[in-house]
Ligand binder design. Sequence first.
Ligand SMILES: Nc1ncnc2c1ncn2[C@@H]1O[C@H](COP(=O)(O)OP(=O)(O)O)[C@@H](O)[C@H]1O
Ligand SMILES: [Mg+2]
Length: 153
Amino acid sequence: MRHNPSEFHRNLVLKDLVATGALGAQIAAGLRRGTAVALDGELGVGKTALARAILAARGLKEAAPSPSFSLVQVYDLPDLTISHFDLYRIEQDSELAELGIEDALDSGAVLIEWPQRASDLLPDDTLIVQLVTGSQGERRVELTGPTRWTEFF
Ligand SMILES: Nc1ncnc2c1ncn2[C@@H]1O[C@H](COP(=O)(O)OP(=O)(O)O)[C@@H](O)[C@H]1O
Ligand SMILES: [Mg+2]
């Protein structure tokens, strides 16, 4: 996805799920109503794991299910509603419209797996999280977003 040099940009390595948890806490601190976190990368790279870490850091006590079948899970957390979408199974724009991503952005923050399928709906305040698996099984992360995200890293 796009990268404008004047924006926030950072590369990180996550050697294990503990590191994923720490990144989740940093991202969680920057979430507010109208924010999207675009979790991009192949199946199995750790998008859901990072979403769970973000949700836990914002106060979710129970284990968050993957929304790969439900397509969306909504969490009313202490200071913010967070909707977690997984667009892998979306095949048509009509299905996308029914999911209510815009409404979710009006009422809270959204975490979106397979975000290319909703690229037209992503707000200006989108943190793009590009994940890839490295040769030793570690996860490599490239973060891109508006300048305000610098404050959280
Ligand atoms: N940073 C990491 N280091 C090692 N394993 C990880 C890491 N992040 C995720 N995993 C593991 O990778 C597997 C797939 O993760 P998941 O979050 O379901 O991927 P995705 O949602 O991208 O398909 C899980 O077993 C998860 O525990
Ligand atoms: Mg997933």
